[in-house]
Design a protein around this ligand. Sequence first.
Ligand code: NDP
Length: 484
Amino acid sequence: MSAELDLWIQGAPRPARGSERFANTNPATGELISEVARARAEDVADAVSAAKAALPAWRSTSVAERADILDAIADGIEADLDGFAEAESRDTGKPISLARSIDIPRAIANFRFFAGAVRHDETGFHRMDHAINYTLRKPLGVVGLITPWNLPLYLLTWKTAPALAMGNTLVAKPSELTPSTASRMAEVMKGAGLPDGVFNIVHGFGAECGEALVSHDDVSAISFTGGTQTGARVAATAAPRFKKLSLELGGKNSTLVFADVDLDEAVQGAVRAGFTNQGQVCLCGSRVLIERPIYEAFRERFIAGVRAMEVGDPRDPATRIGSLVSADHRSKVESYIALAREEGGHILTGGARPALPAPLDRGAFLEPTVVDGLAPDCRTSTEEIFGPVVTLHPFDTEEEAIAIANGTQYGLAASVWTRDLERAHRVSAQLDTGMVWVNTWLMRDLRVPFGGVKASGVGREGGKYSLGFFSESVNICVKLGGDR
Ligand code: NDP
């Protein structure tokens, strides 16, 4: 049973001008989900025009009105949580349990959080002897949001909520692999009272649809989450046009495990960090650095933890590892497993496609894979694989662990596992990443700065950082009298 999924422009679904469509398939079964309208530059131009026309009225609404609409959108998604979770699981191949417990609840939380954040927002005030300065925050205008396939609604709402809160109008381009929940959300937004044209969606491919959005003269800013190479291209297109730009890019994150840890807790944390969402989270701890005295004991328990994860039907609530997002992506991940072998790695578990019954035998499944015996600076150990593949590396000193962790082009996140408080602070401060977790992973407070350094991105999202990005600060200086 397949359906047609349209663009969303001016508060209504609409086919692409050229009437072209592309297939959206379930990667776990190969089944067709929908025929999706394929936007090209002329459709992007229509969406931008709709957003531009809606801007004057939307930017004039009060903060209270906008915050109330964000809350109503959260309520609307919550009322259809199961429908959203099923759609997300079908598009991505991720376990339904994950979509129900993480993806969709977090999308709801994003709207509620930014409704609260904008209600309580404050701006600067600077007193001089004979004048006062205060800061106004103005919307940027029409903003383009470009998002990846791994956490489709979670990441789209992480941008949409603060951008709307600050009075911008939007054109979103979700990954063409995962278009469904964005469109479902557009319907909810209409029901929640969001005026037509404030939020628009163009489905389509990066080169013909994403690129047209980034290069459009009426788009003032781009918030992009995706791969590092794509981010470089987006930056090259946006920079000469002086667009404001936020880039959340790839990662190769280390989990540093010191010998004084509670072994079971650290193993459990490292397994979760390595394999959540089939290893397709930018924050995944895809290399685990283990202090030598506990290396063997850790490795044994880690392998047991990985083997205990149920691989299979994403619709089964017991499944821990679902399908990768596509057969193409699985081929890319498998090429890294082949590379690991060439580079001298030992596959300790996994490395193959699991045998699953029809229709899952047509899915893009891959066993969770653990490799050791690799040099910490080889390609497998330093490049982003973005799949269920984790490499293990022993270390002898704190300095060596920090050097290995910092020895990649990426700098997104790390986690440090130790019971030594001083070491936890000392090591965390020396890691070249935007975020460090101590004795945990992916514990999120939506107020804190989120983002990476080096090839992992430019800028920060979260709380006041997002409100700052999606607005222009204007200083007003008022002379109070006197002779200056
Ligand atoms: P891509 O970079 O391939 O795509 C991201 C988005 O950009 C997609 O919507 C894509 O469209 C679009 N796009 C592609 N080319 C262009 C272009 N020339 N101009 C404008 N837009 C374009 O990333 P993936 O979707 O493969 O996602 C995985 C990557 O995202 C990983 O590297 C991961 O680390 C990163 N990521 C980073 C996060 C962070 O917060 N730092 C969070 C989550 C993921 P299309 O789908 O058609 O190619």
